[in-house]
Design a protein around this ligand. Structure first.
Ligand SMILES: *[C@@H]1O[C@H](CO)[C@@H](O)[C@H](O)[C@H]1NC(C)=O
Ligand SMILES: *[C@@H]1O[C@H](CO)[C@@H](O)[C@H](O)[C@H]1NC(C)=O
Length: 251
C-alpha cells in the first residue's frame, strides 16, 4: 500500500508526555552535552511510553499509527481507511497482516468460456490454431475485477466430436503468453484473450470429426496485491471449459 493517505495528528497524550519529558530531560541533556559531539548540534531524545527514541527515528505504535521524533517532539500520523479506496463494503473484507485497512479480495467468478478460431494453418501435419477466447464473468455485489501477473492459465486440446472413436490429442497446459496470462479484468468490461496461439500435431482428419477445447484456470503462481479468489458459476468445472468445432475456422 504505497499511496496511503496520512493525516498528521498531534495527540493530547503525546503532548502531555512531552511536557513531562521536557521537565525531566533538562538536567540529563546538560550532562550529555559535554560528552557528545554530534555534528548536527544538540538534538533531544523523545520518550514514548517510557521508551527512548532518537531524533528522526520513526516507529509504529500499531498498524494504523506511526510516530516520528523530531528533536524531542513526537508527532504521529494516523492512517484513515477510506471505504471508497479500499472497498470495505464487500461481503468478506480482509485485513492483510500488518496493514491498517480492510480491503476486498479479488473475487472473480467465471460463467462461460467461449473459444473461436481466428485462423488455422496446417503444414506437414503441424497445425497452428490461433484462437480468440471470450470469458464471461458473473457480476454480483461480491465479485470484483482482478489486476496482477500470471493471473490465468488456459489449457487447450483437440477432442473427437464422437468420444467413443478416439482420444483427445495435443493437450497443452498453458497456451497463453506472459502478457495474456497477466491480462487484467476490470469488472463489467468485456474480457477476451486474443491471438492465442495453439500449435499441435495430429493425424489427418476432417474438421467435422474434432473440436478444439480450452479450459480456464486461476494461474498457479498468480501475483496480486490482494488475495485472489477464482471460481465458476455454477460450481461445476463445466463453465470453465469451452469447445468449438474445427470446421468453424473455415473461411
Ligand atoms: C532542539 O531542541 C533544543 C531544546 O528544545 C533546542 O535548544 C535546540 O535549538 C533544538 N535544536 C534544533 C536543531 O532545532
Ligand atoms: C484445421 O486443422 C485441422 C487439423 O489439421 C484440420 O483437420 C481441419 O480441417 C482444419 N480446419 C479448417 C477449417 O481448415
Amino acid at each position: 500500500m504505497m499511496n496511503r493517505s496520512w493525516y498528521l495528528v498531534c495527540l493530547v497524550c503525546v503532548s502531555l508526555m512531552l511536557v513531562v519529558h521536557h521537565a525531566s530531560s533538562q538536567d540529563s541533556n546538560s550532562d550529555s552535552l559535554s560528552e557528545s559531539s554530534f555534528s548536527s548540534g544538540l538534538l533531544s531524545t523523545c520518550y514514548y511510553l517510557g521508551v527512548p527514541y532518537l531524533h528522526s527515528e520513526v516507529w509504529d505504535v500499531h498498524e494504523c499509527m506511526t510516530c516520528t521524533c523530531t528533536n524531542g517532539t513526537i508527532s504521529c500520523a494516523i492512517e484513515t481507511c477510506s471505504s471508497r479506496k479500499y472497498g470495505i463494503f464487500c461481503v468478506e473484507p480482509v485485513r492483510p497482516p500488518g496493514d491498517c485497512c480492510y480491503i476486498c479480495p479479488y473475487d472473480v467468478t467465471v460463467r462461460k468460456v467461449k473459444p473461436t478460431i481466428q485462423s488455422n494453418v496446417t503444414t506437414n501435419g503441424h497445425t497452428t490454431l490461433v484462437l480468440a477466447v471470450d470469458v464471461i464473468f458473473r457480476y454480483t455485489s461480491s465479485t470484483t475485477g482482478v489486476i496482477g501477473e500470471s493471473l490465468w492459465q488456459l489449457s487447450a486440446w483437440i477432442a473427437p466430436v464422437n468420444p467413443t472413436h478416439s482420444h483427445t490429442i495435443g493437450y497443452t497446459e498453458q497456451v497463453l503468453n506472459d502478457d495474456q496470462a497477466s491480462q487484467s479484468y476490470i469488472e463489467g468490461d468485456q474480457f477476451i484473450f486474443r491471438d492465442v496461439v495453439y500449435p499441435f500435431v495430429a493425424p489427418t482428419f476432417n474438421c467435422d470429426e474434432a473440436k478444439v477445447c480450452v479450459e480456464l484456470k486461476r494461474g498457479r503462481n498468480a501475483v496480486t496485491t490482494r488475495p485472489f479468489r477464482f471460481s465458476s458459476y455454477p460450481q461445476s468445472s463445466t463453465p470453465l471449459i469451452g469447445c468449438i468445432s474445427l470446421c468453424a475456422g473455415r473461411k
